[in-house]
Design a protein around this ligand. Structure first.
Ligand SMILES: C[S@@+](CC[C@H](N)C(=O)[O-])C[C@H]1O[C@@H](n2cnc3c(N)ncnc32)[C@H](O)[C@@H]1O
Length: 494
């Protein structure tokens, strides 16, 4: 894509950057200007304190009023704040629009991170009654942030952002990838992404096309995608939300494409929705997406919504709550396909080059210690460690209970005192897993201090509990592998 496919000319982008940085219209500059109370209120969409703090309308105050508080301001004041960018170019590029007696924001210009700017469309909630553009460019919302947080941020040569929209994922990729490619099916979205890139002094390869089509025959070390994952009958009204694929097919399509997109050792991560169909195991359905891909897969389900709540959420997102027909048609489709719920989660894939890939699809609804991306990277590392060992290798290794591991007990008072009902191992850090365990496993974990190989530890346990050492060793292998996978016990390096 050539550099002129932006909202502004290259000189206009430079002028805008000059205006923004000169005014200190950055996350820190704004927080300093507003103070903690008004900044907190703005985060809750309460602009009253921020408006009081910006009454003198110097450039920073005006930029805050226009782009943060969504006010209409007199043209000369806006012109002074945007200079050296001219109002004519800002209007032509859609950066501002005429409204009443003055000018207001035409785009969502968001200061982001330490000194980044992200350009997107103004959200539906800020322009009630105005239909969203069919190629609406999404700002930094919840799903966007979920993927940002879940991405494994290790240094790579090449990275791809599929469905880049505002370009915010590509912006993050640029911190740890030498070369960034970003694609979108929407020309309009690519104009926003190109402008975001230029505004932040970035140089990405931008390609237009349907999903992986623009990068056929190319491979990347890291691929991320926050695709239009919304599940429904396959109709498209808004391209940021609707893939045009029926049901949850886009999640399966991306899985099938992944092996051809990744370099050896490469990682792909994307957000997905999947249907829970009556009489079907959702995890089995999603597991089926990876059959034959040869990839390691870890899928975590973070949320589940019932159809009504789901349809409501996505209609509200585009400002269409008042359309009962759309809602009824969508819910009818769910009924006809026996969809009783929709799961939302994160798919992480890795091309590890093994004949027997690990595919794990599980619920992980608890809050995890951020950043999730570090946890994902560690999960694949642990799989590598496990895969490199057969049962003998597992028994020969030494283990230590994870730092801070807790034991929680539930017990009932009886005639003879407390009778333990349940014992649960809980990790207060990382992925915060908790697991009910039996007394033998508890003894095993309790004795895991990193000194004895597992085989010797099991021999001691077998003697104490009067069980055959071989039987115990056979049973313990998969249990220890599971505890290692979840990070509840850690192998000790030799
Ligand atoms: C949910 S938005 C994500 C935007 C941004 N990457 C983020 O994380 O906020 C989905 C993006 O995918 C693009 N898109 C939709 N259908 C696509 C397709 N078939 N191929 C490529 N991109 C597509 C949309 O235009 C939109 O920019």
């Amino acid at each position: 894509m050539d550099r002129h496919d932006m909202l502004l000319s290259p000189a206009g982008v430079d002028a805008l950057r000059t205006a923004l940085t000169r005014a200190r219209f950055t996350a820190n500059g704004i927080a300093d200007r507003l103070g903690p109370q008004a900044t907190g209120a703005v985060a809750r969409n309460d602009y009253r304190a921020a408006l009081r703090a910006t009454e003198d309308r110097d450039p920073l105050a005006t930029l805050i009023r226009v782009f943060i508080c969504d006010q209409t301001e007199p043209e000369p004041v806006v012109a002074a704040a945007l200079a050296p960018l001219t109002v004519e170019e800002a209007l032509a590029g859609g950066l501002v629009e005429r409204h009443g007696e003055g000018l207001r924001a035409g785009v969502d210009l968001e200061p982001y991170g330490d000194d980044w700017f992200v350009l997107a469309d103004v959200p539906a909630s800020a322009r009630p009654g105005r239909p969203l553009h069919a190629e609406h460019v999404l700002g930094i919302g919840g799903a966007t942030q979920t993927l940002i947080g879940a991405t494994v941020r290790r240094p790579v040569e090449t990275a791809l952002d599929l469905g880049t929209g505002s370009g915010v994922q590509a912006l993050h990729l640029s911190t740890h990838a030498r070369r960034v490619t970003a694609t979108d099916v929407s020309e309009r979205a690519l104009r926003f992404a190109a402008t975001t890139a230029a505004l932040n002094g970035q140089d990405w390869e931008l390609l237009r096309g349907d999903l992986v089509a623009p990068v056929a025959d190319r491979r990347f070390d890291l691929v991320v995608s926050n695709p239009p994952f919304v599940v429904g009958p396959g109709t498209t009204t808004h391209v940021y939300r609707d893939s045009g694929r029926v049901g949850d097919a886009i999640g399966a399509e991306l899985a099938a494409a992944a092996p051809h997109l990744l370099t050896e050792g490469g990682t792909m991560q994307y957000l997905a929705n999947w249907v829970h169909v009556t009489g079907e195991d959702w995890a089995e359905r999603v597991t089926g997406w990876f059959a034959g891909t040869g990839l390691d897969a870890w899928v975590i389900q973070r949320e589940v919504a019932d159809p009504m709540a789901y349809v409501n959420l996505w209609l509200t997102d585009v400002g269409e709550t008042a359309d009962p027909q759309r809602m009824a048609a969508w819910l009818d489709w769910f009924d006809a396909h026996k969809v009783e719920a929709v799961g939302f989660g994160i798919v992480s894939l890795r091309r590890a080059g093994h004949d027997e890939p690990i595919v794990r699809v599980e619920d992980l609804r608890q809050r995890v210690e951020p950043p999730l991306g570090d946890r994902v990277g560690e999960w694949f590392d642990r799989q590598d460690w496990l895969r490199a060992r057969d049962t003998d290798g597992l028994l020969a290794a030494r283990y230590r209970a994870a730092d801070g591991l807790q034991l929680r007990q539930e017990a009932t008072m009886g005639a003879d005192g407390w009778a333990v009902d349940r014992q649960v191992l809980a990790m207060p850090r990382g992925l915060r897993w908790s697991e009910e365990i039996d007394p033998l496993v508890l003894a095993l974990v309790g004795g895991a201090d990193g000194r004895l190989p597992l085989r010797d530890q099991l021999a001691l346990l077998a003697a104490a509990h009067d069980v055959a050492p071989d039987e115990l060793a056979e049973a313990a292998g998969p249990i220890v592998a599971h505890l290692v996978e979840r990070g509840l016990v850690e192998p000790v390096a030799d």
